[in-house]
Design a protein around this ligand. Structure first.
Ligand code: MG
Length: 327
């Protein structure tokens, strides 16, 4: 038998983020503490992102409120696919107790394994330099925020200013038209620095029909992010498109971690694992997945986890037990 305790958290961003849902000032979620009769303790995190199609925090809280305080491990498999963040939180804690996942990663990723985010617009032209000095080699630049002519001209300047071994990811967050997306891919192919991919050029309801239309036309790959938030969506999309796609997956909202790992390995998916702005508890579980994928020979793409400095708190330096005690 296992026993469950749940505590909620709220973390303030240094600066509010702008999302499809409006201003986002605080990241809220739940931390689970599972204890075996033998005294072994493990933690899991529920970090929903409703605008990515997950449950809300209230729905996750409702599941925890209904959950028996004492239960057997089999009960965790009953959590439905409509609650993917809950599946991740409970699934992580379960897998750690059964030693399928170690509770801490054997090593923390170096800056070379982390993609650093550049500010939008012209500020990107100088902002990469201190990040490069810290050891980052992969950079993400958000596009689709200004006029396309201005941004394509900035891309040329940015590509020329970056060292030749740098890699650049462009993320449109679904904000381009088909014509603009083709212009971007063409510019990426001609850029003087390696463009790793163009991420989510069109919104999820348009991009699947568009991908076959550009097949074979461009050398720069397209990546999907908003289209593949949960494992359910990833499965649907992966069955419809060819294998040239890069999948950006946020493990914390993708459902049971073991199921995600098995699926990626079975289909040899080209994945980038990315943060859902979770605490170190969810982060550790997500990074452990990355290590499993890399160890199995899947492409070692830089992780989208360079976000710890976005928060006011210093939780990044906390152990899991310390973090729990602070809540
Ligand atoms: Mg993205």
């Amino acid at each position: 038998m296992l026993s469950l305790q749940v505590r909620s958290y709220s973390r303030s961003f240094r600066q509010p983020l702008h999302t499809a849902h409006g201003r986002w000032e605080q990241r809220t979620g739940l931390i689970l503490r599972l204890e075996l009769e033998t005294g072994s303790v493990t933690f899991g995190e529920i970090a929903p992102l409703p605008w990515f199609g997950t449950e809300t925090l209230a729905q996750a809280q409702a599941l925890c409120d209904r959950w028996p305080r004492h239960f057997t491990v089999d009960k965790i498999a009953e959590i439905p696919d409509t609650l993917p963040a809950c599946q991740f939180g409970f699934g992580t804690a379960r897998d750690r107790l059964s030693a399928k996942l170690p509770s801490e990663p054997p090593l923390s990723p170096s800056p070379a394994d982390i993609c650093a985010l550049l500010p939008p617009g012209e500020a990107a032209l100088t902002h990469w330099q201190p990040l490069w000095q810290q050891g980052h080699r992969t950079f993400k630049w958000k596009i689709g925020v200004a006029s396309i002519d201005d941004e394509l001209s900035l891309l040329r300047d940015l590509a020329q200013s970056l060292p030749p071994t740098a890699r650049l990811r462009l993320d449109a967050n679904g904000g381009l038209t088909a014509t603009a997306a083709a212009a971007w891919l063409s510019a990426c192919d001609r850029a003087s620095v390696a463009i790793e991919f163009l991420e989510q050029p069109l919104p999820p309801d348009q991009i699947i029909d568009w991908l076959p239309q550009i097949a074979g036309q461009f050398g720069t790959p397209v990546a999907l992010d908003e289209s593949v938030a949960t494992l359910q969506q990833l499965r649907q999309v992966q069955q419809q498109v060819n294998s040239q796609i890069v999948y950006v997956v946020k493990p914390a909202i993708a459902g049971f971690p073991q199921r995600l790992l098995d699926y990626c390995l079975e289909h040899q998916l080209d994945v980038v694992l990315s943060s859902a702005l979770e605490t170190p508890i969810g982060r550790t579980a997500a990074l452990t997945l990355a290590q499993r994928l890399w160890a199995a020979g899947l492409p070692r793409r830089a992780l989208g986890f360079g976000v710890d400095h976005w928060f006011i708190d210093d939780w990044v330096h906390c152990s899991e037990v310390d973090l729990w005690q602070q809540l």
